[in-house]
Design a protein around this ligand. Structure first.
Ligand code: GCW
Length: 673
């Protein structure tokens, strides 16, 4: 066993700094550990170890924690670690320096949480070798679907000037085990691969490296044409393949540990191999061959929906399943969790069932594009757990999360949305963790200034746990999806029908309300999307009598008087679901208010304002959807729900859609609360 024992003499007491000054949210879950003290100039192979020492030193634990590099726990993978205790000394043990860094951060978290290391120690290794953030950041500093300010990456200042936030970002990610970042939007500018920009990327990569983070880039498939005037980007043209090989050589000469490419091809107007009569496999493999000599990978997205079938939910499977087995080994197909697009609830994507001979990875969305942006609380760990319940993490080689991070002081706009960044990292490391434990730790490491009474604490955890389901209930319960106003994906416009727009961008395409009922028939009597799933899910959702209520209107056009599993009719259940969503939003606010004394005042009032907006928006959603669907059902509301307040003609007069794209908001009609 190779051993490396190090300790320093400094012994400081941990000082809870959270109470000392107003909290602007910038310190994330790393509160008590002063970032400046944990700075390191370390570069090269031992940099993660240098950082681990600095962190322990800054926390005053350098004397009581030993880092041991050993090969004893190989089955936890190269990044895994064990923490054991011998009297007053903690031993962190890993085969790699990166593993020691991860173990150190975990130890520091447990220490702050007051969790004692059990007698048999703690062993932990990451489920997915690649745990990656995807930034949809544009080179002009805007962020597609970003709600926390502008991009962190200051391209105009790079490479000469480095924002201090790059290191803070790397550190935050390392502290939760995230080991990769795609810096730019999948709607990628060809300029990203210009030499000038690659030097900027290299400067960022130098900051990420000591923290164990690899940098990746999204690439535009037609870059050789746009950047170097090649007449084609045909993947089977030798000159094109050679261009990419040279580009890869250039990238690796600047960034030796570059991770690889993420590609959105032939999707929403992006160029791709289909433009040249080639397949996704032709395109992906050509890039993969350019990267293979450098150990780089291609993450090829399956988010495609060329209208080859009248049901958009089927299209990714239709395009990719026939290509199974045709991809090079360093290609991973990156699949959104659901078949459409990050809706508040979707069934899992059947493409996970369709690819057997091709490595896959899940793309989850941390930014709340469809869950109330930075205004609404929606703690997403329960949603991701739900997904991993259907699709085994064992079937994937990596996981990506579309980041919710911008240059706002508190990183994520809504302070509570930091929990989703944290939760993504925690679940990417270990998808078997419980979402309530993840929430509990985050609350104690980030938001709470001192420990509240047990009932308050559990109300806070409870509010996080139910919040996503509340959003589903007041926006799109029972399998409804995409009822958003056109463009910004914030407010409801179930009636939205824009002449000339793609049908599958419009709510009426998805909900199909008529006097007979509601929902999209994707069963064998309809589009037969259910047939893309493996058994037993296929049969379960195909039959209206066994389809779970939560997916009913995704898979069936159900009659208004359909008997739900609850025993209520569809119409009644719909009304009660929207009502439950509104009540749920009220409860979130209530729970938050009970916790006020234990939360920093600045964060408290910021979140309170947002929760208030959420209660108003929830009612707007309920009113818009129920009033509109009632024009089809012709039925009355149950007497025991809070009755919708607004009338359809009034709501239709307010344009929540494309003309308010830049600054979506639902007018605060009811802010008296
Ligand atoms: O959800 C849709 C978004 C687009 C996004 C696209 C994608 C980056 O509305 O903004 O583009 O998905 O995932 O490619």
């Amino acid at each position: 066993m190779k051993r490396l024992l190090i300790s320093t003499s400094l012994m400081l007491a941990i000082v809870a700094s959270a109470n000392a000054a107003a909290d602007d949210g910038s310190r994330l879950w790393l509160h008590d550990i002063p970032a400046a003290d944990a700075a390191t100039s370390g570069t090269g192979d031992t940099a993660p170890l240098d950082i681990a020492f600095s962190e322990l030193k800054a926390a005053g634990l350098a004397d009581s924690v030993y880092l041991v590099r050993s090969n004893d726990n190989k089955d936890l993978g190269p990044e895994g670690f064990c923490i054991t205790r011998n009297k007053d000394i903690a031993l962190i043990n890993s085969p790699s320096d990166k593993g020691l860094l991860y173990g150190t951060y975990r130890y520091l978290q447990l220490h702050r949480l007051g969790v004692a290391i059990p007698a048999d120690g703690i062993s932990s290794g990451p489920k997915f070798p690649r745990r990656i953030l995807n930034h949809w950041d544009n080179l002009d500093g805007t962020i597609e679907r970003g709600y926390a300010g502008h991009s962190l990456w200051k391209w105009d200042e790079l490479p000469d000037s480095l924002s201090s936030r790059y290191r803070e970002y790397a550190r935050a990610n390392a502290s939760i085990g995230i080991n990769g970042t795609v810096l730019n939007n999948v709607n990628a500018s060809p300029k990203m691969l210009s030499t000038d920009y690659l030097k900027k990327v290299a400067a960022i990569a130098d900051v990420m490296r000591p923290y164990g983070m690899q940098v990746y880039l999204s690439v535009n498939f037609a870059t050789p044409m746009a950047l170097d005037s090649l007449p084609t980007a045909d993947p089977l043209d030798p000159a094109v393949a050679e261009w990419w090989e040279r580009k890869a050589d250039e990238i690796y000469s600047l960034i030796p540990d570059f991770g690889g490419f993420l590609v959105k091809a032939n999707s929403e107007g992006q160029p791709g191999p289909h433009d040249f009569g080639r397949t996704h496999a032709d395109g992906a493999n050509m890039l993969a061959r350019a990267l293979a000599p450098h150990n780089g990978i291609v993450m090829w997205r399956a988010f495609v929906y060329s209208p080859s079938d009248p049901d958009r939910a089927k299209q990714a499977y239709l395009e990719f399943e026939p290509l199974d087995g045709q991809f090079d080994p360093n290609v991973i197909i990156q699949i959104k969790n659901g078949p459409i697009d990050f809706q508040p609830r979707e069934p899992y994507s059947p493409l996970f069932d369709g690819l057997h001979a091709t490595p896959t990875m899940a793309e989850l969305q941390i930014t709340q594009e469809y869950l109330g942006h930075a205004n609404h609380l929606a703690y997403l760990a329960p949603m991701w757990k739900e997904f991993f319940n259907y699709v085994s993490p064992d079937s994937m080689v990596a996981v990506a999360g579309v980041a919710n991070i911008g240059d706002d002081v508190n990183w994520t706009g809504n302070p509570m949305a930091q929990a989703n960044w944290w939760a993504f990292g925690r679940l990417a490391w270990d998808p078997s963790l419980l979402s309530r434990d993840i929430a509990d730790e985050w609350l104690r490491l980030s938001v709470l200034t001192s420990e509240p009474p047990a009932d308050v604490h559990s109300a806070l955890v409870g509010m996080m746990e139910t919040s996503r389901e509340d959003v589903v209930d007041y926006m799109m319960p029972l399998g409804l999806h995409h009822l958003f106003a056109f463009g910004h994906h914030y407010g409801p416009e179930p009636w939205c029908d824009i002449p000339g727009a793609r049908a599958d961008w419009l709510p009426v395409y998805y909900h199909r309300a008529d006097s007979a009922g509601l929902g999209f028939d994707r069963s064998s009597t309809g589009s037969n999307a259910s047939a893309q799933y493996a058994e037993p899910f296929r049969s379960m959702v195909d039959s209206i009598s066994t389809c779970p209520d939560r997916f009913l209107l995704w898979f069936h056009h159900a009659p208004w008087n359909h008997r739900m599993q609850s025993g209520k009719t569809l119409w009644e259940e719909l009304c009660y679901r929207y009502d439950a969503g509104v009540k749920g939003a009220d409860n979130l606010l209530e729970a938050w208010r009970t916790a006020a004394p234990w939360i920093d005042p600045e964060i408290y009032s910021d979140v309170e304002k947002r929760l208030l907006t959420q209660t108003v928006d929830a009612r707007w959603w309920r009113d818009a959807c129920l009033e509109y669907f009632r024009t089809f059902s012709g039925l009355d509301y149950p007497a025991d729900i809070e009755q919708p307040q607004r009338k359809l003609p009034d709501m239709k007069k307010i344009d929540l859609g494309i003309s308010n794209y830049e600054n979506p908001s639902i007018p605060l009609l009811d802010s008296k609360r």
